[in-house]
Design a protein around this ligand. Structure first.
Ligand code: ATP
Ligand code: MG
Length: 570
């Protein structure tokens, strides 16, 4: 009955499918659809299996979206499973950050598991293999094992310990477990075929000795299963139907299937491999990102320049933008590097109508409006988003002293410069026309102040048509301006030019962060962490969650306003 329901539900889904673009760029989804239609599976069960050895990055987001969205679409289940089989590199801090990131992306896991919860079951399956004559304890060193494994063109050589009896293997494995041997003194290997064309099938190591404290199991174990052995067992134990991983595991698939079969697991998960996400001008590996943190190139895993999910969040990315990006890049088997501007495209799209459009001066230059009455402040009406009326209006103050952007003034302008220069008139956004009358300099000859006049007739919204000006600039009224810090970013890592050998640490961009002190409108005094704005002409900004102080916000630039980049048509 239950099965029938699922199948008819699936058929319904199939009908609607033709019109959905998602199917065209996600081959794994097509497999799931076929599996459901053919009755090979009745419920889709996926998992996201991070190793808690670092913070998640945008590459993981691709895998998270893929696993959760596939299961969600077909009313299946997705587990969050920590692949914590390596006690040395793993940490509770990472476990917590990973949970937070998955939730923040908008997904809810069905089960929360640790591979280490299954250490007992894995050990039992290893014993089963030994009893079946399919695993043996090897005394060779890691180097000897590697040497005897052979190459693509040469078969491997059998270990001298390969023919140990079942009894001997059981006894030695038991002693390994008891901690009688040191790290690396012995390993347990699957007994398959030392001349297999697939090197992964040449008696892979399935258990090793590590005398180390484990974040979850403490000191209960000194033998730990190898990833390639543990992973298929974890999947099978949880009843995962589609075990999705990146392409480098393709050659592991025969061993994956071997483990499931020979360990006599009830469920038969299947592994599918897809292309990992790479993005220009960054690195996408926890190991490398950890190096950036450890070397203090950045101020932590959540530094806004990092491609980590926490870094993107702190920079100001939204879950919606990241999910839309992941959907757009699709899932395939082909290798490729995605242009970082594609990610930027999606945050612009997401914030375009959501973010209020306000004014911020990043590099302030004081302007005194000499014919404006001293001591007077007037409040001007400004729309919050010219493309989205729902965001309403706000009032901004205007008075005799304002700040404008330093580069909105030039003493000797080039042709076609329409902003302020001596004798020229411009429009102040939401306010009046002003004309530059006089330039004040300090002893070093730098411009420190402009003296301008304004024309009361030209008030914004008054319908003034007397004359036109070519430039519109933004500004902030000085007496009520809120001091703010602005952090502008450039890529952290420069892409290599054909020089594959240059370490990423040597390709660090020394100018990846620029910090500026300027002002924002008084209405933004109460801005809180993660509030997002579009600053006129400067781009989208987010209130930094770590550096901001009450009354003195720090803004991270998420992205500038425009890019020449267009999302490629599929
Ligand atoms: P890293 O080298 O960054 O640590 P990993 O593959 O070792 O990556 P895991 O924690 O083992 O990281 O990964 C969890 C899941 O995320 C795996 O299924 C893995 O295939 C997937 N994944 C990791 N990096 C990417 C990427 N760049 N693109 C897509 N999926 C990825
Ligand atoms: Mg890893």
């Amino acid at each position: 009955m239950y099965d029938e329901e699922i199948t008819s539900f699936t058929r319904e889904r199939l009908v609607g499918l033709e019109s959905k673009t998602a199917s065209s760029n996600n081959f794994i989804r097509n497999i799931v659809v076929e599996d459901l239609a053919a009755g090979r599976v009745t419920e889709v069960v996926t998992r996201f299996p991070p190793e808690p050895n670092g913070y998640l990055h945008i590459g993981h987001a691709k895998s998270i979206c893929l696993n959760f969205e596939l299961a969600d679409e077909f009313k299946g289940r997705t587990n969050l499973r920590f692949d914590d089989t390596n006690p040395v590199k793993e940490d509770v801090e990472y476990v917590e950050s990973i949970k937070q990131d998955v939730k923040w992306l908008g997904f809810e896991w069905d089960g929360l598991f640790f591979a280490s919860d299954y250490f007992g079951q894995m050990y039992e399956r290893a014993l089963l293999l030994i009893r079946k004559g399919l695993a043996y304890v090897d005394d060779q060193t890691a180097d000897q094992i590697r040497e005897n494994r052979g190459t693509l063109s040469e078969p491997g050589r059998n270990s001298p310990y390969r023919d140990r009896t079942v009894e001997e293997n059981l006894e030695l494995f038991e002693r390994m477990k008891k901690g009688e041997f040191g790290n690396g003194e012995k390993v347990l290997r699957a007994k398959i075929d030392m001349s297999s064309p697939n090197i992964n099938m040449r008696d892979p190591v399935i258990y090793r000795i590590v005398h180390a404290h484990h974040h979850n199991t403490g000191d209960a174990w000194v033998i730990y299963p190898m990833y390639a052995f543990a992973h298929p067992l974890e999947d099978a134990i949880e009843g995962v139907t589609h075990s999705i991983c990146t392409l480098e595991f393709e050659d592991q698939r025969p061993f994956y299937d071997w483990v499931v079969e020979q360990c006599e697991m009830e469920a038969t998960p299947r592994q599918y491999e897809f292309n990992r996400l790479n993005i220009t001008n960054t690195v996408m590996s926890k190991r490398k990102l950890k190096a950036l943190v450890d070397e203090k190139v950045v101020d932590g895993w959540d530094d806004p320049r990092m491609p980590t999910i926490s870094g993107l969040r702190r920079k100001g990315y939204t879950p919606e933008a990241i999910r839309a990006f992941c959907r757009e890049i699709g899932v395939a088997k082909s290798y490729g590097v995605v242009d970082e501007r594609m990610l930027e495209h999606f945050i612009r799209e997401d914030l375009k109508l959501k973010a209020p459009r306000t004014m911020a001066v990043l590099r302030p230059l004081k302007v005194v409006i000499t014919n404006y009455p001293e001591g007077q402040v007037e409040w001007l009406e400004a729309e919050n988003n010219s493309e989205n009326e729902e965001l309403g209006n706000r009032q901004i103050p205007f008075s005799r002293e304002i700040y404008i952007e330093q580069d909105d003034f030039m003493e000797t302008p080039p042709p076609k410069y329409f902003r302020l220069f001596p004798g020229n008139e411009v429009r102040l956004k939401h306010a009046y026309f002003i004309k530059c009358e006089e330039v004040v300099k300090n002893e070093a000859g730098e411009v420190v102040e402009l003296r301008c006049t304004y024309d009361p007739e030209t008030k914004s919204g008054s319908g003034f048509t007397g004359r036109k000006v070519k430039g519109t600039i933004h500004w902030v009224e000085a007496s009520q301006a809120v001091p703010a810090e602005f952090r502008l970013f450039e890529p952290l890592i420069n892409d290599e030019d054909d020089d594959e050998d240059t370490s990423f640490l040597e390709r660090i961009n020394p100018n990846s962060l620029e910090t500026l002190q300027g002002f924002v409108e008084p209405g933004m005094k109460g801005a809180v962490a993660q509030d997002k704005f579009q600053f006129f002409r400067h781009g989208y900004f987010n209130v930094d969650s770590k550096l901001s102080e009450p009354g003195r916000p720090v803004f991270n630039r998420i992205v500038s306003l425009k890019s020449s980049f267009e999302v490629p048509k599929a």
